[in-house]
Design a protein around this ligand. Structure first.
Ligand code: NAP
Length: 280
């Protein structure tokens, strides 16, 4: 879909977790189509800096501190959107990865952190946005899928099973809102070159296995701007979901990446792995 057409003029969008990475690229994309955008992250300064970048591009944007695990924070995003004129689009983007390694020795606090952001945060965003959207008879809610939404991923159980939950939750919401004018979508952006992939944590003894990630990202990764683009197709249609890494895209992007030399050591995404002790 062509971008920059003013397709969302007059609309207001909220994107959680949008101080950087895919969330920022999605906020910029929606803003470039004319939407006013509420950006948010747990750091007030980062959220405000991200909003200022969009304002410098001529986009109406506010940046707020919000931890999506806290209902009151999420409600403040809704209030800011209504202050800007309405609530038409809500993207539950905020997400974190867990420590790589077996579930039996995964740090308990880390598992809880993933659940609080990926599961509770998605519930809070949906719970806050849907009453407004149902009341007005329109709106687009988008939840972020990810690796594991289709089945088990050993050694990444916290993240993968949280994304499986997000998918089932989203598909259920889609059924519950059928015929209301509210459209609920899921989006799996594939591999996106962001901090989520660059800064990983591994249980001691498992870190070597993560080095293959650089090759995988070299073959199939995308920059956040490219990965964000399908969002526009979702919020301007009733499509149930977008999935990036289909077999066709795996083949074509993989071939293009090899030809472009993205597998050379000098072209690889730098990987910063923090090793943590397993919890017994
Ligand atoms: N990168 C990939 O390859 C990939 C693939 C599939 C799906 N996804 C999904 O895409 C989404 C965005 O990922 P990303 O790669 O862009 O991650 P990222 O670069 O790490 O950015 C995450 C953003 O979310 C914010 N955030 C984290 N926890 C939060 C919380 N509890 N409340 C509010 N904001 C929070 C971060 O800011 P603060 O830390 O300051 O809060 C940051 O703005 C996630 O849902 C992820 O699972 C990513």
């Amino acid at each position: 879909m062509q971008t920059g057409q003013g397709l969302l003029r007059g609309r207001v969008a909220v994107v959680t977790g949008s101080s950087r990475g895919l969330g920022f690229a999605m906020a910029e994309l929606l803003g470039a189509e004319g939407a006013a955008v509420v950006l948010a992250s747990r750091s007030a300064a980062d959220a405000e800096a991200a909003a200022a970048r969009l304002r410098a591009e001529g986009i109406t944007a506010s940046g707020l501190r919000c931890d999506t695990a806290e209902l009151a924070d999420v409600e403040s995003l809704r209030d800011e959107a209504l202050r800007l004129g309405g609530l038409d689009i809500w993207v539950n983007n905020a997400g974190v990865s867990g420590v790589y390694g077996p579930t039996a020795s995964t740090p308990v606090d880390d598992f809880t952190r993933v659940v609080r952001t990926n599961i509770l945060g998605t519930f809070h965003g949906s719970r806050v946005a849907l009453p407004v959207m149902l009341g007005q008879g329109h709106g687009d809610l988008v939840n972020l899928y990810g690796q594991g939404d289709g089945g088990p991923v050993p050694l990444q159980n916290a993240y993968a099973s949280s994304k499986r939950w997000v998918r089932q939750f989203t598909e259920t919401l889609r059924r519950e809102t059928r015929g209301t004018g509210v459209r609920v979508h899921g989006m799996n952006p594939g591999l996106v070159e962001t901090d989520l992939l660059r800064h990983t944590r591994s249980q001691s003894g498992y870190e070597k296995r993560l080095s293959a990630l650089q090759v995988v990202v070299g073959l199939w990764g995308q920059d956040p701007e490219a990965a964000a683009k399908p969002l526009l197709g979702l919020v301007t249609s009733d499509a149930a979901a977008y999935r990036d890494l289909t077999p066709t895209r795996l083949l074509s992007r993989g071939a293009r990446s090899v030809l472009a030399g993205r597998l050379r050591r000098s072209h690889r995404m730098p990987l910063d792995i923090t090793v943590v002790e397993p919890e017994r």
